[in-house]
Ligand binder design. Structure first.
Ligand code: C5P
Length: 212
């Protein structure tokens, strides 16, 4: 399970990141553990306390998250990528703080590796892949595009513009997009949404190689 944002450092004082709170990913980790799963939670920097009894690994950058995910995916039955991985990072890390007086108003960026797409592209038989999509429009279509592009089994789409479904709130309303179609869940707490996601995951056909 991955959760939270990643941080991509620019200089010793600054980084690029996003508004993910990690609440949805932590709710998924806790509900999975409550159902008896052995959970490894790979978390970006969040203001949440470590869930009791769950092996929690803290990472900062997308590169660190990738390393941990690839290592733990080897033994996993299901990988859920709820983390909001930064798509870009500064091309160059400055060892010294950039001075306002000498700075150019341009930061060159480069793409981070897409961890979910990499897992989907080199998929081990039996591994079930769940991704998230934070969208502001065309939610269902974007979910379907992501399902195909990243070779995932399920994409959970949420609307980042909704007051009760966006960043850092306790509730969510998601659309579950899998290969057989899509289904909208009602507005629920993140814990209840997590439970409904697990209910749905258990109905998915097992990927070839292993039965869940
Ligand atoms: O492409 P986009 O960022 O919208 O896709 C979101 C999904 O892909 C999430 O499940 C996220 O964890 C995953 N992702 C990733 N590595 C990235 C970007 C996104 O694993 N660099």
């Amino acid at each position: 399970m991955t959760a939270g944002p990643t941080r991509e450092p620019l200089d010793p004082a600054r980084f690029l990141s996003n508004r993910s709170s990690g609440k949805m990913g932590y709710a998924l980790a806790k509900t999975a553990a409550r159902r008896g799963a052995e959970v490894v939670l790979i978390s970006g920097p969040v203001a949440l306390s470590e869930p009791a009894g769950i092996n929690t690994i803290h990472v900062t950058t997308a590169a660190e998250m990738r390393e941990q995910v690839l290592e733990h995916a080897r033994d996993a039955d299901i990988v859920v990528k709820a983390a909001a991985v930064a798509d870009f990072k500064p091309k160059k890390y400055r060892e010294q703080k950039i001075k306002k007086s000498s700075a150019e108003p341009l930061i060159e960026l480069e793409q981070n590796p897409d961890i979910l797409a990499e897992l989907g592209g080199t998929r081990r038989p039996g591994l079930l892949l769940v991704g998230f999509a934070a969208e502001s429009r065309n939610h269902e279509q974007e979910g379907l595009n992501k399902l195909r592009r990243k070779n995932a089994d399920l994409i959970v789409v949420n609307d980042i513009l909704g007051a009760a479904t966006g960043f850092d709130v306790e509730t969510n309303q998601v659309i579950l997009v899998d290969r057989s179609g899509s289904r909208q869940l009602p507005l629920l707490s993140k814990v209840e949404t997590a439970n409904r996601i697990w209910d749905h995951v258990l109905t998915l056909p097992s990927p070839p190689g292993r039965s869940l």
